[in-house]
Design a protein around this ligand. Sequence first.
Ligand code: NOJ
Length: 554
Amino acid sequence: MTETAKNPHPTKLVHRWPEGAVVYQIYPRSFQDSNDDGVGDLQGIRQRLDYLKELGVNAIWFSPFYPSPMVDFGYDIADYYNIDPLFGTLDDFKELLADAHARDIRVLVDLVANHTSDMHPWFTESRSSTTNPKADWYIWKDPKVNLDTGERLPPNNWRDALVGNSVWEWDETRQQFYMHSWHKHQPDLNWANKEVRRAVKDVIRFWADMGVDGFRADAVDWIANDPLFRDDSPNPDYDPAKDSRYDELLHDNSRGWPTEYAYLQEMTNVFEEPAYKDRQLFMVAETYPERHNTAEAYVAFYGGVDPELAAPFNFEGLYMGWNATSWRRFLREFHGGLRKISKHCVPSYAFGNHDNSRVVTRLGENVARSAALLQMTLPGMVVVYYGEEIGMHDVDIPRELMHDVYYRSRDPERTPMQWSADMHAGFSKADTTWLPVADDYKTHNVDMQHNDPDSSYALYKELIRLRTSMPSLRHGSILVLEVHHPDVLCFVRTEKDEHAVVLVNFSDQVVSCVPGVPLRKLLLSTKRNSKLANLTKSADGHIELLPHEAALLV
Ligand code: NOJ
């Protein structure tokens, strides 16, 4: 399809803001507390905007701040049009948005619309009878009945992604089951109902009218499922020792049905309405491809939803093994696939988020530095979870202080931001904070790292500066090279006549390799004593990389 046929308002811009952008994810509960209640809030975030400006980020994505019973910490929304008093007010949000924009920082808000809270008035109405106007806004099903025992059974074997129980919860009033792909207090909206889709589009318009620049769309794989509600298949690779109960099944019918892209396209079409078409609104969707064909699955999204308006998160920095072979193969397949679709595709690499162990905990401090260099030199948008820039790690939370109900508590990666060596790391002046602060905060904090050229903060800041100032890193193509060493990943980013060469040594040994491209100058290495600092004219011959060194050269 040509650009004009697909898009009535083809972009006249050579580049749109998401291309090359650095997006910083803020988990509002944990960034900065301004009213001394031990929980972060919007005014607290406002106080820290200069920090983000100095770090160099281009946009912020806020995890949910809407009114919520907080069963899933805001991912259970009871009102799409307001702010939970814990975080502030709509006026606070407007001030935060204006202050971010004044610093040239865009704002993405979380669109959690696969489900609502069971406290949402839509659900209260829907569950009140089988005939009310919103009776079909959620997914209601009659039970199956065991003819021998008369026992009431759920309609199928689908499991919730949070703890792996049945997605079906019995409701006495309607004498029916309702479906919840997450917690039982998070009933799924029925996206097959166009009234529901209309309501979600109104939510999009409300926040777009307020001035936000885009949305992070939560759990979109679950918005579309088999209309016949057939059972999911067993997962032949299930390993009870390491997999969650949810993974006992493949999710071939309960999620990722082809209508997903049609629904998302309908949502993003709002961005092309006359009121918004010049705003470059953008959506990043949270999709989790099944693990066997990831590159293909990510690419399919770009074929299904206009890539000028949306992109799926790319979670390979989280899930793919840390080895050169996997990265080489993935980058070739994924970027090769995107090239065939459109030059406007925006990859969107997240290496951490509020649902997963932090980078340092997963990979160790040394490797985390190479991971930062890799992420910041990849094409498209990159998403940095708060605190990764100072190398925050997961915090062991005593059982009695845990909040999260997920099968594996996500509290360890959600602890307060470590700003300084002051009480509660400068996060709050309350007696206690909602989650404990990491106990190494006196030595691991923004203040300490700010002026230390060897710190994680300094590395991130310099990487972000290079990413935003070098056209090759912002907009350039990517070509993965063979460097004749199994543990080294090498790729070149090119824009016009600027070539940036990235080398990552995935091993803990010194390695020698042959990039085969001219290397004139080292711009940045993750190692202070890099041998690449003294390149000779013959640098397109053998070069040496230190253990776990990653480097950027031109
Ligand atoms: C994905 C979110 O990132 C996660 O935190 C949440 O629990 C689920 N979706 C349900 O909304």
